[in-house]
Design a protein around this ligand. Structure first.
Ligand code: OSB
Ligand code: MG
Length: 372
């Protein structure tokens, strides 16, 4: 496919409720929407880098810089065969997985539209709907946390993840567990501990959790392997897994027993598929993480989560959990069995709502050859 033009949109959307983690609190969420025009078709991708470098070093602005100054100039006006070809051509740029993943997603969308196949079909996904849960941010008090959890259970969610940080960990988790002895419950520390301080988490081991997500630093596989030995509960890595190679090494050294797959963090859908295949061959459960995506990234997450190795519920909640208004015409609703339907139309299977995109765009720029 010839890449005729690429348009970048820096988007900022108000969240329905503030979202707080161990690295900060936000009430709006940034991302880049990437639009590719190719031979009469339009493809979209979402780059999940946020406004601040709290979750990863990437931000919406670094992604803009990497794409506009280093990746797009060599790409516009040229032919890209498929996502693997695109990755090869971006390989000279170190890191910046989220920037690369956003662009790659738009190429997958185009590929699907050209072939009349959904992203689910292209990837080899199988389930028509996928199990999902909700990721609950830090709340003011344990009582407030209980209320928020109850609200989501009333809506039909059957798996809850709560965010923890030092001082707001065992007590919060224990209270939720005491109220809901049978609930599928897990926690996420977003790298808030060190090996020396993580012993405070040991009581979590008696609370029958599905997993403990990313307790230690993002660049620290080794100390996770030391910590996992102290727990019966599986550790799950999020921030630390940037590629299939990281996944293999983490599994080999026993740094985790479960992996959270996020397309943005690992540099694209293709790498996500490779991690899935590796984990499936090694009997390591995987699940689909979330980055508060718009309808564009949410559609991709649903397709990914429908692959057969995704055996735990994803952090893919209904649109209304995040946004009053989305930039896609499609909204995603929760089914009664705590699932969401996987889009079936060609490509990502979503359409952009131009008025909404305009309303939430902070800046946009179209990149084309002079002739175009
Ligand atoms: O660590 O999983 C995380 C959101 C932003 C950054 C990191 C994380 C999250 C979430 C939200 O937990 C998941 C979602 O509902 O999209
Ligand atoms: Mg996480």
């Amino acid at each position: 496919m010839i890449i005729d033009t690429v348009t970048l949109y820096h988007v900022r959307m108000p969240l329905r409720n503030p979202f707080e983690t161990s690295f900060g609190r936000i009430d709006t969420r940034d991302c880049l929407l990437i639009e590719i025009q190719s031979e009469g078709l339009t493809g979209y991708g979402e780059c999940v880098a946020d406004r601040d470098p709290g979750y990863s070093y990437e931000t919406a602005q670094t992604a803009w810089h990497i794409l506009s100054d280093f990746i797009l100039p060599g790409l516009i006006g040229s032919a890209v065969a498929d996502p693997a070809d695109l990755q090869l051509r971006m390989a000279g740029v170190r890191g910046h997985q989220m920037a690369k993943a956003g662009l790659e997603m738009a190429v997958w969308d185009l590929l699907g539209k050209r072939q009349g196949l959904s992203l689910q079909k292209l990837l080899g996904g199988v389930q028509p709907r996928v199990d999902v849960g909700v990721s609950v941010g830090l709340q003011e008090t344990p009582e407030a946390l209980l209320q928020v959890v109850e609200g989501y259970l009333d809506q039909g969610y059957r798996r809850i993840k709560i965010k923890i940080k030092p001082g707001r960990d065992v007590n919060d988790t224990r209270i939720v567990r005491q109220h809901y002895p049978e609930l599928r419950l897990q926690v996420d520390a977003n790298s808030a501990y060190r090996l020396e301080t993580a012993s405070s988490l040991l009581p979590l081991d008696d609370l029958n959790l599905l997993l403990i997500e990313q307790p230690l630093a993002e660049d620290d596989l080794w100390d996770h392997s030391q910590l996992q030995r102290q727990f019966k509960t599986p550790l799950c890595l999020d921030e630390s897994i940037l590629s299939a190679r990281h996944a293999r090494q983490a599994i080999e050294m026993g740094a985790c027993r479960i992996i959270n797959i996020k397309t943005g963090r690992v540099g694209g859908l293709r790498e996500a598929l490779l991690i899935h295949n590796l984990c499936q061959s090694l009997n390591i459960p995987v699940w689909c993480g979330g980055m508060l995506e718009t309808g564009v990234g949410r559609a991709a997450n649903l397709a990914v989560a429908s692959l057969p190795g995704f055996t735990l519920p994803g952090d893919i909640s209904a649109t209304e959990r995040y946004y009053q208004q989305d930039i896609t015409e499609e909204r995603f609703d929760l089914n009664e069995d705590s699932t969401i339907d996987v889009p079936q139309a060609p490509g990502l299977g979503v359409q952009i709502e131009p008025q909404a995109l305009k309303r939430f765009t902070l800046r946009s720029e179209k990149f084309s050859t002079r002739a175009a």
